[in-house]
Design a protein around this ligand. Structure first.
Ligand code: HEC
Ligand code: HEC
Length: 380
């Protein structure tokens, strides 16, 4: 009896105290579902006069709270099966949001078959991955999580991990007014963070805004970059490197209408890999064999090695590729390349070494150090 009375008295005390503590904490850190939060809208803009605003999906407006949640998820290795790989492992800010490897390496040191892509100005992109197989950032965000070579997890696991973390539940409440975690909200918040990764403050941009001058070599590089060569124009012809035909000045990427921004530039297969069919994998059209997304050249000095499987180590190697006479002989190389010659009756682009150097000098003006040092893009 004594024991029973003792228990009767002791048990409620033991239960009551922690309950009091829990309920106090709850009110501060993890408010009830009924609390309605107001989200602060974030405007995504290039900051460049006359530049088009990106299209943001109506059902996923960008908000400060959503971005914070997405950014926290982006840097969390616990989203991977063995807790070792986060999105940021393969998309590092200091490397222009790529990873510096020819092809990315996922959990358990597994080698993937493609190079990481720089996550820059994605709000202006509507076909994602090298082969364009995904149509929105919301759809893209979940792919790396259950890709067995990348993060090797299941979305279900990720949702239950997040649901069990009060700090995350709180972030979901503030971003979406619900403490019930689900895959759609994970995807939405990561997409919101990615849309904020805007880079328009390179030397080139400051030149466009009239705030800084280009050197003579950089200016020559820009002119070459922008011009389609025509050796038959006038006595001396127009010299050009022809890059703007695909990497259009502004975003320095391909067109965003349908698959127009996908081209075959004659890049060879990656080391130890078969020739990547690219867009053909998505459209099943043999005419699309080897077509790849025309990637942005912004921050290009930071994202070596280059192409879909890191085939070229340096920008000098890239320039040699575009200048190689062999390029004109390869099957399926785009006509924008094979129609660009600087000397009459030749079958090569034919830039001089000084011209190649000038184009590289210009490409180096596309580095945006304020982007790679932006505290808003770092691990929160
Ligand atoms: C193991 C390395 C790795 C991890 C981890 C990883 N990525 Fe990637 N990412 C890549 C590679 C490689 C590609 C290109 C894949 C392809 O084209 O098939 C890519 C492409 C992308 C793209 C497409 C960009 C474009 O311009 O089309 C986005 C967006 C992206 N990743 C976001 C993420 C997010 C968000 C996460 C975390 C949920 C993540 N990545 C995790 C390696 C990785
Ligand atoms: C016919 C269209 C076309 C033309 C013209 C073109 N490119 Fe490209 N460029 C592409 C495509 C497509 C890729 C991606 C190919 C791949 O990964 O297989 C690419 C990739 C690149 C890359 C690597 C980017 C990265 O993130 O790895 C660089 C650098 C580059 N191009 C620079 C140039 C320069 C400089 C010129 C002018 C001399 C030029 N390009 C002309 C279509 C083109």
């Amino acid at each position: 009896m004594h024991l029973a009375i003792g228990k009767f008295i002791v048990v409620p005390l033991i239960v009551a105290f922690p309950m009091l503590l829990i309920s106090c904490k709850k009110n501060e850190a993890a408010p009830e579902d009924t609390v309605q939060y107001t989200q602060t809208p974030v405007t995504i803009s290039s900051g460049m006069p006359g530049y088009p605003a990106p299209t943001i999906p109506a059902d996923n407006p960008t908000t400060e709270e959503g971005v914070l949640l997405g950014r926290t998820l982006f840097y969390d290795p616990k989203l991977s099966a063995d807790g070792t790989i986060s999105c940021a492992s393969c998309h590092q800010l200091s490397k222009g949001m790529a990873d510096g490897l020819p092809v990315s390496v996922g959990i358990r040191n597994q080698r993937t078959d493609r190079s990481s892509m720089p996550l820059i100005n994605l709000a202006w992109v509507n076909k994602f991955f090298w082969d364009g197989r995904v149509n929105s950032l919301e759809e893209q965000s979940l792919h790396p999580i259950d890709n067995p070579l990348e993060m090797g997890n299941s979305i279900g696991n990720v949702v239950s991990y997040l649901q069990g973390q009060p700090a995350y539940v709180n972030l979901f409440r503030r971003a979406f007014n619900t403490g019930t975690v689900n895959a759609t909200l994970v995807a939405k918040s990561i997409a919101q963070f990615e849309r904020t990764l805007v880079s328009f403050n390179s030397k080139y941009d400051r030149f466009i805004r009239g705030q800084e001058a280009l050197t003579a070599e950089e200016a020559k590089g820009l002119a070459l970059f922008s011009q389609h060569p025509d050796p038959f124009a006038g006595a001396n012809g127009v010299r050009g490197a022809n890059c703007n035909d695909c990497h259009s000045v502004g975003l320095f990427q391909g067109k965003t209408t349908g698959f127009q921004g996908f081209m075959n530039n004659g890049t060879p297969a990656g080391i130890g890999l078969p020739q990547d069919l690219g867009l053909q994998l998505v459209t099943n059209q043999t005419s699309d064999a080897g077509k790849m997304r025309i990637p942005t050249l912004r921050n290009i000095a930071l994202t070596a090695p280059y192409m879909h499987a890191g085939q070229f180590g340096t920008l000098a190697d890239v320039m040699d590729h575009y200048n190689s006479p062999d390029l004109f002989q390869k099957p399926n190389v785009d006509i924008l390349i094979t129609s660009a010659i600087n000397r009459r009756f030749t079958t090569e682009l034919g830039l001089t070494s000084a011209e190649k150097q000038a184009v590289i000098a210009f490409l180096n003006t596309l580095t945006d150090t304020s982007f790679v040092n932006n505290p808003a893009f770092k691990k929160p």
